[in-house]
Design a protein around this ligand. Structure first.
Ligand code: F6R
Length: 243
């Protein structure tokens, strides 16, 4: 794992955006693995600005999102489908048919997980996977204890995750209790992985991740140590307990 320390959230977002823009320029049909949450918002803003200014085209790009809440209609403003539309897809020229996000309203959720995993495989593999990290070490919604050999599956969200995400809802009660997420093994299939961490509330998990060589299912992000091409872009605050 390569760790790049940056000053702040803005610098992290702009370096990450440039990595994606360069990839899309050199490989116009790149497969992008995308995340939601607070971390990638400015990264997506930078992609939009670049699209407007420089016309980087996403016409041949395919996107694959990590996760979606169970029971959440894509039109619901708290769904990850809606989040992606609002923060990125509506503002660039990626065709609707190239966008892949698990369907949290599928009647047969298990079949939906299999369908999504199949879609990932049929896409030929993700070129770059963007990840945030939960303060409990989750990547995607793979909570502590998730098997490193997991593929797309249904998870029960940890209470800490529901509380952290309650900021996007009116109340904690509204936060779904389950989600569909790409598994750890699905994530590790990506050619390159870029994990972003910003802010003091990520400092403890970064300490756990970066100060030992330990690979432990209780710290899902530690699975990344088994991957040959991982970059961690983290700011001063997130790395404040590592030095
Ligand atoms: C989001 C996702 C999660 C978030 C993580 C950090 O699609 O899979 O793993 O990346 O919960 O969330 P933020 O960025 O809000 O701190």
């Amino acid at each position: 794992m390569k760790v790049l320390e940056v000053k702040n959230y803005e610098e992290m977002s702009s370096i990450a955006a440039n990595m994606i823009i360069e990839l899309v320029k050199s490989k116009p049909d790149a497969k992008l693995g995308l995340a939601t949450g607070g971390t990638p918002i400015v990264l997506y803003k930078e992609l939009i600005q670049d699209y407007r200014k420089n016309g980087t085209s996403y016409e041949q790009v395919c996107t694959y999102n990590l996760d979606e809440y169970v029971g959440m209609d894509p039109e619901d403003s708290n769904s990850y489908r809606y989040f992606m539309e609002k923060n990125l897809f509506a503002h660039i020229n990626v065709p609707e048919s190239h966008i892949h996000i698990p369907d949290g309203t599928a009647e047969d959720l298990k079949a939906e997980c299999e369908r999504y995993e199949d879609e990932l495989i049929r896409g030929g593999g993700i070129d770059i996977q963007i990840l945030g990290i939960g303060s409990n070490g989750h990547i995607g919604f793979n909570e502590p204890g998730t098997s490193f050999s997991s593929h797309t599956h249904i998870v029960k969200l940890a209470e800490t995750t529901r509380k952290a995400n309650a900021r996007f809802f009116h109340s904690l009660e509204e936060v779904p209790t389950e989600a569909i997420t790409m598994g750890i093994a699905s994530i590790l299939k990506a050619n390159q992985i870029l994990l972003l961490a910003s802010g003091i509330n990520k400092s403890e998990v970064m300490r756990r991740l970066l100060t030992t060589d330990e690979v432990d299912e209780q710290l899902p992000a530690s699975a990344l140590k088994k991957h040959p091409n991982v970059t961690i872009l983290a700011d001063d605050n997130a790395l404040s307990l590592v030095r």
